[in-house]
Write a new protein. Structure first.
Length: 577
């Protein structure tokens, strides 16, 4: 068998496999059963976030084997490795949540270090839970190798009393139970049936949002994110992804040839039209940062505002990821955006063809239930919108999918909490009033540290039937599963003396998702006076370790909460060393 890649003079793995001086290195490879042919082929990193923490990640190890088969079939040599994952569903509502956003950086860093240390020539990355998807894509763009991303797939919905149920229902059931509307026995039954298989949370929460992004941005093969995790058919996408990365090497198509300003706009369109997670407003700028592209929260929100919302998915809508897949998946969604002239068609994809060429193969039409026509959308603007004003000069973000225009305007007195635990306790004890704006501060990337999600608190409010009767703002984050008028990413954060640090109980806060306003009825002079009296950031218990380092390095939420200067200042490209 002749190998078309026998000349490795332009591939990183030549530093490990070629020439007499690399005999010690090759001896390690022979020790693992590799043949001479396999050693002198391109070495492909097959990276997974497999672990036993949660169902989102449990099938990644099996799916990686299919990827390796595809690499081998295309005359490459796969080298499998794993990195960490912090699963938000497990970390939610306690101190563990501080590890979530920091894990995105750790995933990107560890994938980068593994690739660099072993001189792998390309990467196929598999991820299953929220931060692992952007973390894996960030590593690909940072390294600028030929790269293919593949999602592990969503969980199947549970079934109870003739209805589909998901983990969001369990979080909200905690509030109903606390309010006396659900018995211990009913809660126990729900928790046992809500998550019946492997896979990530089934609604259009962060994992499925970023999975849709992976296709729209071009790093994943078309339709590869759709099939639920338990489906054996996922192996076909894994095998195809392994073959695809070898094609990218042959054509020298790298991650930054795929991730451009235009492809980032395509990705933001898909987030908007599917009512995706507000966390995309954090992750898209972070991915852009790895490519040296200016694309911040305001850019993302401008696109959200100009994109119709036409895909009916939980939490704002009715359906789950499996339903979207059955209706034709992301390709049909992208095809609708294409019809409206909202897609940059010349963007390269992992298949080696442009997104326009890929979409021209799609013949399936919308079903009118899960995917509506772009001509008759659920609403004319995206399911996620940006806000700015004197309370958030660096912006904020809110998911409005499923909210009427009337519900998108709220004004009321502030009820201030210094951390999530205080707010959650107040909600449990009903120590708040209808019409208030609950303010949770000191939960930003640096101040938390870790920028926790507030799903436990927002789900408890929904469970008490108060989700539409109060609003909530924070310099932390909200889960993709959050419902109601919940504004996250308020920046600058309290730890950096943003205006949210200066709010006092009773201050009137106005939120208007229609006009994009988040303001406090306090004069500039009064805010300056309060700033002069500010005592500095709240002290935390994290004085060493990973979270300490994260808090010291992390930048503003508007720019993606990143921890290094990015591609704009880099002095080399890994592939060209």
């Amino acid at each position: 068998m002749t190998n078309r890649f026998i000349d490795k003079s332009n591939l990183p793995s030549r530093h490990v496999t070629e020439g007499p001086e690399r005999a010690p290195h090759r001896s390690y490879l022979y020790a693992m059963g590799l043949s001479d042919q396999e050693i002198h082929q391109p070495l492909i990193g097959v990276a997974t976030c497999w672990n036993e923490a949660a169902p989102c990640n449990i099938s990644l190890n099996r799916q990686a084997q299919a990827v390796k088969m595809g690499v081998k079939a295309a005359e490459g040599t796969p080298r499998e490795f794993t990195t960490i994952t912090v699963t938000d569903g497990i970390a939610m509502g306690h101190e563990g949540m501080r590890s979530s956003l920091a894990s995105r950086e750790a995933i990107a860093d560890t994938v980068e270090l593994t690739m660099r240390g072993h001189c792998y020539d390309a990467i196929v990355g598999l991820a299953g839970c929220d931060k692992s998807l952007p973390g894996m894509m960030m590593a690909m763009v940072r390294l600028n190798t030929p790269s293919v991303f593949i999602y592990g797939g969503s969980i199947l919905p549970g079934r109870l009393n003739g209805k589909d149920v998901v983990v969001q229902d369990v979080f909200e059931a905690v509030g109903k139970h606390q309010a006396g509307e659900m018995s211990d026995e009913e809660l126990e039954i729900l928790e046992r049936v809500a998550c019946p298989s492997a896979g990530a949370c089934g609604g259009q929460y962060t994992a499925n949002t970023m999975a849709c992004v992976s296709e729209a941005i071009g790093l994943a093969l078309m339709n590869s994110s759709g099939a639920p995790a338990p489906y054996e058919s996922r192996d076909q996408y894994g095998e195809a992804s392994g073959r695809a990365v070898m094609n990218l090497i042959a054509k020298n198509i790298r991650a930054r040839d795929i991730v451009t300003k235009e492809s980032l706009i395509n990705a933001a369109r898909v987030v908007a039209c599917t009512g995706g997670s507000t966390n995309a407003g954090l992750h898209l700028p972070a991915i852009a940062h790895e490519a040296g592209i200016d694309f911040d929260l305001f850019d993302v929100c401008d696109i959200f505002r100009d994109t119709p919302y036409f895909v009916n998915l939980k939490p704002g809508g009715e359906y789950v990821a499996k339903d979207l897949y059955d209706a034709g998946g992301v390709p049909v969604v992208l095809r609708e955006l294409q019809k409206a002239g909202l897609i940059y068609e010349d963007c390269m994809t992992a298949s080696g063809e442009t997104i326009g060429e890929e979409l021209n193969k799609i013949t399936r039409e919308v079903d009118g239930k899960v995917i509506h026509s772009v001509a008759t959308p659920i609403s004319k603007t995206g399911g996620v919108v940006g806000l700015s004003g004197n309370l958030a000069p660096d912006g904020a973000i809110v998911k409005v999918a499923g909210m009427s225009e009337e519900e998108q305007v709220f004004s009321g007195p502030a009820n201030v909490f210094e951390c999530e635990e205080d707010a959650f306790a107040a909600v449990q004890n009903r120590e708040y009033k209808e019409g208030e704006v609950l303010v949770i501060r000191n939960e930003g990337p640096a101040g938390g540290p870790g920028m926790r999600e507030m799903l436990a608190t927002t789900a408890a409010l929904s469970g008490q039937g108060m989700g539409k009767k109060v609003a909530l703002i924070t310099d932390g984050r909200f889960s993709g599963a959050t419902r109601g008028f919940c504004v996250g990413h308020v920046g600058p954060e309290a730890a950096h003396c943003g205006p949210i640090a200066l709010v006092k109980n009773g201050d009137i806060i106005t939120l208007n998702a229609v006009s994009g306003e988040i303001s406090i009825d306090v004069s500039d002079e009064e805010l300056e006076a309060r700033k002069a009296d500010w005592k500095g950031p709240r002290d935390t218990i994290y004085a060493s370790g990973a979270l300490y380092k994260f808090a010291k390095l992390v930048g503003s939420t508007r720019l993606g909460a990143v921890t290094h200067p990015g591609a704009k200042v880099e002095r080399h490209i890994y592939m060209d060393l």
